[in-house]
Design a protein around this ligand. Structure first.
Ligand SMILES: [Zn+2]
Length: 607
């Protein structure tokens, strides 16, 4: 970080009032001479954060977070001082000289700039170009109005394979910059670049401050390319764009959400747009993943509750179980579920004449996730027989049993309410339900202990079910590879290209690596959350992965280590190949010409 002059710091600070800065991130209300807000730095719903305009500082009475505007931005954005300075300067329209910025700041600024440029190109194409007539027709058929198409910055990437590449070329933008954000890709063998997005409507994905940090592309329904690729496709994860954390539309929905007291979560970009267009503005979407704890960590800054909108037919057991599990793991945060009539998706419903009213009504009539689960089970089992009742109770309690058995005060209240609700709904005595929860907890602890035994031996010794061929512990190189990939998911993309899972001798580790690759290949971020969903049948491996990640996070210079491990795998492969060729040669199953070729390859391998 280059030195920052005291004057610069002072003038940036003077240009940014702390109350304005904090209000840009969270909902702030006046409180006498000061202001208050729900602290974004600890789990809470009470307004413990005090913001003082006179002293230009903030303090949380619960977690003791405190400081000035710079400290707030650093803590909230999880950035260093230099980036906070840059953000606040930008906010106050103070232009920093390049030598006042660190390399990371400049890299981020470049990222934002290239995204803005790309957004302009796509948008211009959609609104003006001959190439986009089918796209305009498609958007028209979705009944999205021009004003909202502009507000959400929609664009179009034409079918030509190098449209964006050529535009960048004309404007002197280095292809590496588009490559970095995943808008273009390199052809094999140094033969230039091609557009990754073709014949797709482009949805800019914006961060909380409304800056475009990524794109989602939807292939046109009648496109010849629609049979070859996925319907939706995202640009690459970058330091600013993380698909499993971002929520589409949150920049526009957070204030309406704060007024409404909740945010609704739908699935599609067009669902979000249509809701906003119909005047229901407290609506966001996840980016192709289920709502997770990281989403909640952001959302609770603005609202105490979310309502998940399920199409009635996709309201599967697993989606509601996952929501229930998330609900138990989040103190002071409510999760509701709203179901749309007749399995309509939000966009379809909203475009009906009385759709917006119906949609609003369904959101208002949402059920708590607990009631939703009970109802779903009641619909499935009659609860007339003891067996059925037990099944229903267990399906709800099993999720609760995963939560810590000594809960916080808030979680305790939540549990008591849930138990009394469950007992009431099923005509059981509360004591009976508590007793069953106790039994399930004991069973869960036993399972944990078992999986702990097998997974703590995981790093030193083989898993009982899956011994490696040699019967020894997983080779260090295999364990280290997973430690690093789990701690540094961005490296999975490189690993896919250089380490074949078949090379792993430990079957447990091989399974973990295979699942990480599978996530990468479908465009999901290959992180622990996503991995655990895929390892639902192997809780022992999921637990082991968590421990491997912990170890990995302790490893400094993971990129260097990773490079070494990849080299070691390559050497091993060369060894094996050499041995195979020697065997072939010794076996005499080759003619003279082939023998010479084999000898040459063995020597090249040993050189
Ligand atoms: Zn706090």
């Amino acid at each position: 970080m280059p030195p920052v002059s005291v004057e610069l710091k002072r003038s940036v600070k003077a240009a940014n009032d702390i109350v304005d800065v904090v209000s840009a991130y969270i909902t702030v209300t006046p409180n006498g001479k000061t202001f208050k807000a729900v602290c974004p730095f600890h789990d809470d719903t009470r307004p413990s954060l005090q913001i003082d305009r006179h002293y230009q500082n903030f303090r949380c009475w619960a977690c003791d977070a405190h400081g000035d505007a710079f400290d707030f931005v650093m803590k909230f954005e999880k950035v260093q001082f230099g980036e906070a300075l840059r953000l606040l300067a930008e906010r106050a329209h103070i232009v920093l000289a390049p030598e006042q910025c660190s390399p990371e700041d400049l890299a981020r600024a470049r990222l934002i700039q290239v995204m803005r440029w790309a957004e302009e190109q796509y948008s211009h194409c959609l609104l003006e170009s001959q190439l986009a007539s089918a796209a305009r027709q498609y958007i028209g058929s979705r009944k999205l109005s021009g004003a909202f198409v502009r507000q959400f910055g929609l664009g179009f990437a034409p079918v030509t394979g190098d449209w964006l590449v050529r535009l960048a070329n004309q404007e002197g933008i280095a292809p590496e910059r588009l490559l970095e954000v995943g808008l273009i890709a390199a052809r094999d063998g140094n033969r230039g670049f091609y557009d990754r997005f073709r014949d797709r409507v482009m949805f800019p994905i914006r961060d909380i401050r409304g800056r475009t940090v990524g794109f989602g592309g939807r292939v046109l329904p009648d496109s010849p390319l629609s049979v070859r690729g996925p319907k939706y496709y995202n640009s690459s994860d970058t330091p600013l764009f993380n698909k499993s954390e971002l929520l589409y539309g949150l920049d526009l929905a957070r204030h309406p959400g704060a007024s409404a007291g909740f945010l609704a979560v739908v699935e599609g970009y067009t669902d979000v747009m249509m809701a906003h267009q119909c005047g229901v503005a407290n609506v966001v979407a996840t980016m192709g993943t289920a709502l997770n704890a990281r989403h909640v960590a952001q959302l609770r800054r603005y609202v105490p509750k979310v309502v998940l909108v399920f199409d009635s037919d996709d309201a599967g057991d697993s989606a509601s179980s996952r929501a229930l599990e998330l609900f138990w793991s989040q103190n002071d945060f409510e999760i509701g579920i709203a179901t749309l009539p007749d399995g309509a998706d939000p966009c379809d419903l909203l475009s009906q004449p009385d759709g917006p009213d119906q949609f609003r009504q369904q959101l208002q009539n949402h059920k708590s996730v607990l009631d939703y689960k009970i109802d779903a089970m009641l619909a499935k089992y009659s609860a007339h027989s003891i067996e059925d009742t037990k099944r229903i109770v267990d399906s709800v309690l099993a999720v609760m049993a995963l939560a810590p058995s000594i809960p916080s005060a808030a979680a305790q209240v939540k549990q008591e309410l849930a138990i009394s609700r469950l007992a009431h709904r099923l005509n059981l005595r509360q004591e009976t339900v508590w007793a069953r929860l106790g039994e399930l907890r004991t069973e869960q602890r036993r399972r944990d202990a078992n999986s702990h035994r097998s997974s703590s031996s995981f790093t030193q010794a083989p898993l009982t079910q899956t011994p490696p061929p040699a019967g020894g512990p997983p080779p260090a190189i295999e364990r280290q590879l997973l430690e690093i990939l789990l701690a540094e998911p961005t490296l999975v993309a490189e690993a896919v290209a250089s380490v074949d899972p078949a090379r792993l001798t430990h079957t447990g580790l091989r399974r973990v690596l295979t699942e990480l690759y599978a996530l990468h290949n479908v465009g999901e971020r290959p992180d622990l959350d996503a991995l655990r969903v895929r390892l639902i049948d192997r809780p022992d491996l999921a637990a082991a992965a968590l421990r491997l990640q912990d170890v990995g996070r302790q490893i400094p210079e993971r990129h260097e280590w990773f490079a070494k491990i990849v080299r070691r795998f390559a050497e091993q492969r060369a060894e094996v190949e050499k041995r195979r060729l020697k065997d072939q040669l010794a076996g005499g199953a080759v003619d003279e010409h082939a023998a010479v070729e084999l000898l040459r390859r063995i020597q090249a391998g040993s050189a």
